[in-house]
Design a protein around this ligand. Structure first.
Ligand code: C6P
Length: 422
């Protein structure tokens, strides 16, 4: 919880004060090459507030034990925290119960779990999976393997030049042959926020299930899987102030009960004989081996922290930052911006500064303590659609301020001078 003198200072309706929020993040207090750290790569991973770091350290100092195994108090306490956090996660995404909440390592593992546990069991040759042109590789490659192994057909909703989904051919693309529609809630490259509820209704109208990759949405806006109409919702703790190594796949329990486990062994089973085994009910059937217990403690603390700031406040803070960044970047000669310039969007500004290669840009910005990502952002098909091999990307979170963006822009201008750009 963000607190000053132990008192919570933000709520859902208050605008964020990034300078105060920044004080909660020990890593942001440091200087890099003698300059204040300007961290603009939160879409890759967010920084962690002291409360989250402390929750994990406290778990190891005071409560460390394996879960679901020990008949002693330490293990019972660890199990209570682990299962209590599962309920907190369910509340966080508006799920009616914790039964559908499976702890995984990250969003990538979550999508793979759906492809293996549901796709391999229920999809057959000729069945169609509808994706989009703006997907992260995590929501493309698992389906490529099912195309290879099961003969499923992949279709893709194109994007328009603004960087939003072009839904004009949706009736052609989403038909009775479609068994799953799977897309990102928010793009990690364009910042586009997709019309998830509308697409869920369309998917369900043709009898398809609906998967949402929420990696770039759950940390930044209020998610309600019920009103969005999701059957699967995936996200990673490390992008929402939590630790690496834990993520969530939420699945509508009726579907989860029918899915096959993807990895099996200890924890997933009811009874094991020498030649066969029987499996536990969800969610435990899908959580093999010793889980990331301390990381789950960190995830619980991260949810408390971002809820104390207010998801609505976080979203409007980032929307204003994105608009500010686009305006400042557009004023730099040679700057090409990608992604929607108006309407709902997330806290991402993707750009190139011609003729400088984005990797060179990122290296020069680093000299000024400014961290941005450069590359294809694990979205190669989208890069091809944009006609580039790579871009630079600045991405924002609760601790980002307009002065961080100003420092990036100053550094970009110095970089232009260094490269002799006119
Ligand atoms: N995008 C980025 O810099 P993992 O790595 O499993 O926690 O998240 C994968 C993932 C899935 N979907 C979307 C939309 C994402 O943005 C990401 C992660 C990072 O953009 C790392 S490539």
């Amino acid at each position: 919880m963000a607190s000053f003198g132990g008192v919570a200072v933000f709520n859902a309706r208050m605008p964020l004060n990034p300078a105060r929020v920044r004080a909660d993040f020990p890593i942001l207090q440091q200087r890099v090459r003698g300059k204040p750290l300007v961290y603009l790569d939160s879409a890759a991973t967010s920084q962690k507030p002291e409360v989250v770091i402390e929750a994990m350290a406290r778990f190891y100092r005071e409560s460390n034990a394996n879960v679901h195994r020990g008949a002693y108090k330490l293990s019972e306490d660890a199990t209570a925290m682990f299962e209590g956090t599962r309920e907190k996660v369910a509340r966080f995404i508006g799920a009616p119960s914790a039964e559908g909440v499976v702890y995984v390592r990250n969003t990538t593992e979550a999508v793979n779990l759906v492809a293996h546990g549901w796709g391999r069991k229920f999809l057959k040759a000729g069945d169609e999976v509808l994706l989009t042109e703006m997907e992260h590789h995590s929501n493309l490659v698992p389906w490529h393997l099912l195309k290879r192994d099961r003969g499923i057909v992949l279709k893709h909703i194109p994007i328009n030049d603004e960087g939003r989904l072009d839904l004009s051919r949706l009736d052609e693309l989403c038909t009775m042959k479609t068994k799953l529609v799977a897309l990102c809630h928010a793009s990690n490259v364009l910042g586009t926020i997709n019309p998830v509820a509308e697409l869920a209704a369309k998917a369900h109208a043709v009898g398809a299930l609906f998967l949402v990759d929420g990696a770039q949405a759950a940390p930044h806006m209020k998610v309600d899987v019920g009103s969005l109409g999701c059957d699967f919702y995936a996200f990673s703790a490390h992008k929402m102030c939590g630790p690496t190594g834990v993520g969530v796949l939420w699945t509508r329990p009726e579907i989860l009960r029918e899915m096959d486990p993807f990895m099996v062994g200890g924890e997933t089973i009811l009874e094991v004989f020498l030649d066969h085994s029987t499996f536990r009910d969800p969610p435990h059937r899908f959580e093999p081996g010793t889980p990331a217990v301390a990381e789950v403690a960190g995830l619980g603390s991260a949810i408390d922290y971002i809820e104390s700031l207010g998801l609505d406040s976080i979203h409007s803070h980032e929307e204003s930052l994105a608009a500010y960044a686009q305006q400042k970047l557009a004023a730099i000669p040679g700057c090409v911006l990608f992604g929607p310039r108006s309407g709902p969007r997330g806290g991402v500004a993707c750009f190139n500064l011609e003729p400088i290669h984005p990797h060179d840009l990122a290296t020069c910005l680093d000299q000024d303590g400014v961290c941005v990502r450069a590359g294809h952002h694990c979205a190669q098909p989208l890069m091809r659609r944009l006609g580039v091999v790579a871009t630079a990307r600045a991405s924002f979170y609760v601790y980002t301020s307009t002065s961080d963006i100003d420092l990036m822009v100053e550094s970009l201008n110095r970089t232009r001078e260094f490269f002799g750009c006119r």
